[in-house]
Design a protein around this ligand. Structure first.
Ligand SMILES: Cc1ncc(C[n+]2csc(CCO)c2C)c(N)n1
Length: 223
């Protein structure tokens, strides 16, 4: 579950913050089924908006790409988000009587606003790699969380959520994103990226995005 060579380095640099994110109380509640339904729905409505802004960030990555391969990988992710991943949110919320129009019009929580605009700003003020350091946290973190929760296999009403991220299709996406980041880093920073003057800032971006993920889970737990 290392998803390439660069991600494990960024994850190690994030230290305890990474565990705060991937082993958060919200995650434990998903795994053992103790997460209250209203907390899950509050999270899901916000996560719909989150993914809308994430689609915008991956679309920004298309414009920041330097090779046709990078462009294709990022454009495919925009498509996968809008036409694939959002379906879980749309269908689960539809079953609760919440339409997609209501989701789109929902009021954004400050934690959601902070995280999504932080990622978009990483791309606007930086280059493709800055954007990837901010985007990697969410994509690969959920890959790790999904795999761990599926292995624990507790009795939980959130099994759909877990299988979405533990499943072969999503895990394949994670490996592709890991490979995209490895190639993008080698292209821009060479074979010794850790000695690049840019390296500390990339690690800092990754850690900040991880902190914002911790706050996003916290938002789900607090009414
Ligand atoms: C707060 C929050 N963080 C991470 C993800 C996971 N995620 C973000 S983008 C993406 C798909 C990229 O192909 C996935 C799985 C989420 N849904 N919500």
């Amino acid at each position: 579950m290392s998803y390439g060579a660069i991600f494990p380095l960024w994850r190690a640099a994030a230290g305890q913050t990474w565990d705060d994110y991937t082993r958060h109380a919200f995650v434990k509640g998903l795994g053992n089924g103790t997460l209250p339904r209203e907390a899950f729905l509050r999270y899901l409505v916000q996560d719909y908006l989150f993914l809308i802004h994430f689609s915008r960030a991956w679309a920004l990555a298309v414009t920041k790409a330097e090779t046709p391969e990078e462009m294709r990988a990022c454009a495919a992710t925009v498509h996968a988000l809008l036409d694939g991943e959002l379906q879980l949110h749309i269908e689960t919320c539809a079953a609760e009587g919440i339409s997609e129009a209501q989701l789109f019009a929902a009021r954004e929580a400050p934690q959601n606003l902070a995280y999504t605009r932080y990622v978009l700003d990483a791309g606007h003020s930086g280059d493709f790699l800055d954007l990837m350091a901010a985007l990697a946290v969410c994509v690969l973190g959920y890959g790790e969380i999904g795999t761990r929760l599926a292995a624990q296999a507790g009795e939980t009403p959130y099994a759909d959520w877990i299988t979405t991220y533990a499943g072969a299709e999503y895990q394949h996406t994670c490996r592709e994103v890991g490979a995209l980041i490895d190639a993008a880093t080698a292209r821009r920073l060479g074979e010794e990226p850790e000695s690049s003057p840019r390296w500390p800032r990339l690690c800092a971006r990754f850690e900040m995005a991880t902190r914002l993920e911790v706050d996003f889970w916290g938002m789900g737990l607090s009414a």
